[in-house]
Design a binder for this molecule. Structure first.
Ligand code: FRU
Length: 433
């Protein structure tokens, strides 16, 4: 209580007027998700299979830049810094997930990146391996790394007895550590690694745990995104979760009354329980958090709302998340893409799917898995990684490197792809405002 009141009093409180109750959870319904379709505005340009590798001996995927506390791009002695999941290419493409670490990259021009290796002691890091997160540079020059500590699903750590079967599931918890950062003529390195701490875990009621698993083969409690709300000064971690026991499927998850007269729920669709979770940060060091009810759920529509993140323009809140074709519930489909939800007045808002359906950028139908893990930055640049593009003969080539950065425009609840930059290109960007 003391810590939270300190934070509250230290902010220049320009309280945003709340428009919804504190426990309000927006819904991405089946009716809305049914409208998802590729258009000229949201279809990504084709990715060539002739790409260069940013780190030739590593698979590289989910990527995030080092940002200042206010969400602007951190520039340290002229260097931009990015973190990404990495695994040696000696592992297979599929096995990379179970051997993931967080690697560091730096660049002076935001186009040519140098791979600087894994910046932490892998014996001190939590979990058998580490998944996505974000990184924040505080006002004292400390780097805070937020990541997902994951158990080994091939070992007992991730196995659960369910419906008389052993299921291989990796338990995920949210962790953090800190570093000092040094940037000079020899590049960038992190030193003085702090203790690694678990700061957030699923509770079963709001967010599903391995123990209250509902029968869907995917579980998630991961991908922390650090967010400083420019309108209130409050801080949060936003993350991917699935519905805990407090969140059964409701009629609104299917659609409105008129829609429900002609559409029922296909069998099994209730097992798709994607959620965008949120926890309030209670201390300045970002080690004490309080789980809050989810910002948005896609129960009955989609199982995975991965790597959720936020862009703020005045009192407009854009909530973005990535999702896959294969995680849509029975009877629905959509491309691997980044989806957006538009709300007003505060981080907890009555979010509506952007462009009517939610789809902001999708892979082209002819190249459906060419890229993934888009991250929309405050200046509307969108980074992602090359996933499984196809060549002219339809042959898939595994990527594992930075994809060309896309540029989008955001206009109220509408978006449009407006341009394409270099692979991994990140131009300096200012704070969320
Ligand atoms: C998205 C994702 C993240 C996770 C990581 C695991 O590409 O599934 O949600 O942190 O990849 O490799």
């Amino acid at each position: 209580i003391l810590a939270s009141s300190l934070v509250a009093s230290s902010v220049s409180a320009k309280e945003a007027s709340p428009t919804v109750p504190d426990d309000f959870t927006s819904i991405w319904s089946r009716q809305q998700a049914e409208k998802v379709a590729l258009t000229q505005q949201n279809t990504a340009p084709k990715i060539d299979t002739n790409f260069n590798l940013v780190a030739p001996d590593q698979w590289v995927w989910d990527t995030w830049p080092l940002e200042n506390r206010d969400g602007s791009l951190a520039i340290v002695n002229g260097y931009r810094i990015a973190f990404a999941l990495v695994a040696p290419r000696t592992y297979s493409w599929g096995d990379r997930h179970t051997h993931a670490r967080i690697g560091m990259f730096y660049s002076k021009n935001g186009k040519d990146w140098t791979y600087a290796g894994v910046p932490y002691n892998t014996d001190k890091a939590l979990g058998h391996h580490q998944w996505a997160g974000t990184a924040m540079l505080d006002e004292k020059g400390k780097v805070h790394l937020f990541y997902t500590a994951v158990t080994d699903m091939n070992a007992n750590g991730g196995k659960e007895w369910s419906d008389e079967n052993w299921l291989q599931r990796a338990e995920q918890r949210i962790a953090t550590t800190t570093f000092d950062i040094n940037a000079g003529k020899d590049g960038v390195n992190l030193t003085n690694e702090g203790e690694h701490k678990i700061i957030l875990q699923a509770d079963g009621k709001l967010y599903e745990t391995i123990q209250n698993f509902n029968g869907n083969s995917i579980t998630a409690f991961r991908d922390p995104f650090f967010f400083h709300d420019p309108n209130t000064g409050k801080e949060y971690l936003i993350f991917e979760g699935q519905a805990g026991t407090n969140y059964p499927l409701t009629p609104e998850n299917i659609g409105d009354e008129v829609y429900r007269r002609t559409h029922s729920l296909p069998a099994g669709a209730e097992k798709y329980t994607g959620m965008i979770g949120i926890a309030e940060v209670l201390d300045h060091d970002v080690t004490k958090l309080k789980l809050l009810p989810p910002l948005l759920d896609s129960i009955g529509a989609n199982q995975q709302l991965e790597r959720p993140h936020v862009v703020v323009k005045g009192d407009e809140y854009y909530l973005f998340t990535i999702s896959h074709t294969f995680t849509y519930a029975t009877g629905l489909t959509g491309p691997d893409g980044v989806y957006g939800f538009y709300g007003k007045g505060g981080i907890r808002a009555d979010y509506k799917p952007m462009n009517g359906s939610g789809l902001v950028i999708g892979n082209p139908a002819s190249n459906p898995y060419q890229a993934y893990s888009w991250l929309v930055l405050p200046n509307q640049q969108v980074i992602s990684f090359i996933n499984e593009p196809r060549d002219a003969n339809g042959q898939v080539k595994f990527g594992g490197t930075f994809a060309p950065t896309l540029k989008i425009s955001l206009n109220g609840d509408k978006s449009e792809i407006t341009g394409e930059g270099k692979p991994g290109e990140i131009k300096p960007f200012g704070a969320n405002r």
